[in-house]
Design a protein around this ligand. Structure first.
Ligand SMILES: [Zn+2]
Length: 252
């Protein structure tokens, strides 16, 4: 039963994330106008807002003008739903569960907005950072909260340094402003050691992608945000493994 409820919540949140990820980079409000067909601006009635089910009932088309609703919207709702259920399966209602929800949610938003617009919007990112800090305080008290703040600031400074060196070395922007702000979340969630591990991992995942893109496109732009947040998620879900690897190979 709990899976059904979380699954439905996931669908609803998923359709909200889609709005957040596509409207914020365009400078639009996320509440006004309400959900509408992008083609004919027909405002959706409440029963057309029910994720997935309305899509199936309307056979993937706008009820008013018949324009196709992108399947991607349904896919994003389903992925969000699955991630909510997976978080509960892995962690039950623990501190890790809530952080897992936040990270999956932000991952979905960043994947859409950074790949599509090359932008990581501030408000979802800072909402995530504040929520995680709040959870730290609630579950572990002031000291954990304080250490997480310090780790966030340090990770930010480390990536800022890497950016400044990178910009000089490559004579163009190496890391975007959004990527550096994302470092705060790395530090807050994982601490310094695991945060750095996640950053290195993200570079490893991004590297093959960057090569492929530079072969295919003339002016390659590689959004780094999706790789950082993916690496954060991977390290977060396998924290024990990465802690062991670090102490084994770096003796930290
Ligand atoms: Zn329409």
């Amino acid at each position: 039963m709990i899976y059904v409820i979380l699954g439905i919540f996931g669908l609803i949140f998923g359709s909200f994330y889609l709005v957040v990820a596509t409207r914020l980079p365009e400078g639009e409000s996320i509440v006004k106008p309400g959900s509408h067909c992008d083609n004919c601006k027909h405002m959706l009635a409440w029963y057309e807002l029910i994720p997935v089910i309305s899509y199936i009932l309307q056979k993937g088309k706008c009820r008013s003008c018949g324009a196709k609703i992108p399947f991607l919207t349904v896919l994003i709702e389903l992925i969000t739903s699955a991630s909510f259920m997976l978080s509960y399966y892995l962690f039950k209602f623990d501190y890790m569960f809530y952080v897992s929800l936040i990270l999956f949610s932000l991952t979905i938003i960043i994947f859409i907005s950074d790949f599509k617009y090359y932008i990581i919007s501030d408000s979802p990112l800072f909402t995530a950072i504040i929520l995680v800090l709040g959870l730290k305080f609630y579950f572990f008290g002031f000291k954990a909260f304080y250490l997480a703040v310090i780790a966030g600031i340090l990770m930010f400074l480390v990536l800022l340094l890497i950016k400044l060196f990178g910009d000089k070395a490559f004579k163009k922007e190496s890391l975007g402003g959004g990527d550096i702000k994302l470092a705060i979340l790395l530090g807050v969630v994982l601490g310094i050691k695991l945060g750095l591990a996640a950053f290195i991992l993200s570079a490893f995942i991004a590297f093959p992608y960057a090569i492929i893109v530079s072969i295919i496109k003339k002016e390659p732009i590689v959004p780094f945000g999706p790789f950082i947040i993916s690496a954060l998620l991977i390290v977060f879900l396998n924290m024990d493994l990465f802690s062991k690897l670090i102490s084994k190979y770096f003796m930290l």
